[in-house]
Design a protein around this ligand. Structure first.
Ligand SMILES: Nc1ncnc2c1ncn2[C@@H]1O[C@H](COP(=O)(O)OP(=O)(O)OP(=O)(O)O)[C@@H](O)[C@H]1O
Length: 274
């Protein structure tokens, strides 16, 4: 039987502009936030994403969620995806309730479905009357409760969780893990981005390690986690000077040196969506 994929990345790259240090220097450099990423995630798989700060994990999460466009390559997503992240997805001016309605409307859900989701959120988030207050008045834990609850209650085919568990209190984090386990048992695809190797080992079936914008490893959970842990240990043992050199070395590989035809390809893609 042919494997059905929830997500396929084919030579996916994401480019960002980097402002020049020198204020008078108009030209800005371009660099790869993600560079030539290839992988296939079968439906129903739970994948942990690891990588040191700035490696490209959040960039990947917003690309996966359809919030950010790719600059090169192709991404194929089969199913409705939903992203839970610390600072995304909530409108700060609107109340919790209005945020639920807005999200429902953007997804084109029926009034009845939005009411069901609202009931689910009231029960799951446990933020009481704060649901009728603007989100800007919430604590970060309460924002996380609301964001988590909305996205979990939407029951997406593909759930992307970006470091969101680190904000809520322990009781709520456990409640989210239990709910995520339910989704896992239901055969949903979950992409779990976390700095906690313990959480990744416990919750995921496979792991992906992104470093310096590139896919370093993707496969067996224990193997990838062990290799990542070894790297973190190696990096932490470096002197500050060595750490700087390591960062510069990684960054040098991300700066774009345009080969012939590169910019034409990017521009054509922007103009014609090719
Ligand atoms: N909007 C943006 N414009 C320019 N550069 C950006 C933008 N967003 C992210 N970057 C840069 O892209 C690189 C990847 O960032 P990203 O947030 O994806 O990393 P991360 O792996 O999620 O890091 P962390 O573990 O620190 O959250 C970083 O160098 C970051 O500074």
């Amino acid at each position: 039987m042919q494997t059905e994929y929830a997500i396929e990345f084919k030579h996916v790259s994401k480019i960002y502009n980097l402002k020049s240090k020198d204020k008078n220097h108009k030209e800005s450099k371009r660099f790869y936030a993600l560079k030539d990423i290839n992988f296939q995630i079968p439906k129903g798989e739970v994948v942990g994403v690891l990588g040191t700060n700035g490696s490209g994990k959040s960039t990947m999460s917003i690309i996966l969620a359809g919030i950010s466009e790719i600059d090169d390559g192709e991404m194929i997503v089969n199913g409705e995806q939903s992203l839970i992240a610390i600072n995304t997805g909530l409108n700060m001016q609107l109340t919790g309730m209005e945020n639920i309605e807005l999200k429902g409307a953007l997804l084109g859900l029926s009034k009845k479905r939005i009411e069901e989701i609202t009931e689910g959120v009231i029960e799951f988030a446990e933020i009481g009357d704060f649901l009728y207050q603007p989100v800007k008045k919430y604590s970060s834990g309460m924002k996380s409760r609301l964001g988590f609850s909305i996205n979990l209650c939407l029951n997406p085919d593909i759930l992307i969780v970006d470091e969101a568990l680190s904000v809520g209190d322990k009781g709520f984090a456990q409640k989210c893990i239990d709910k995520m386990n339910e989704l896992k048992d239901d055969g949903k695809t979950i992409i779990f981005i976390s700095h906690s190797l313990t959480q990744v080992r416990e919750f995921c079936q496979k792991a992906m390690w992104i470093e310096g914008g590139m896919l370093k490893e993707y496969g067996d959970i224990e193997e990838v986690c062990d290799h990542y842990a070894e790297y973190v240990e190696y990096y932490n043992a470096l002197s500050n000077q060595e750490k700087n050199a390591e960062r510069d070395r990684k960054f040098a590989k991300r700066i774009i040196k345009a080969e012939p035809g590169f910019w034409k390809r990017i521009l054509d893609k922007l103009r014609f969506g090719k």
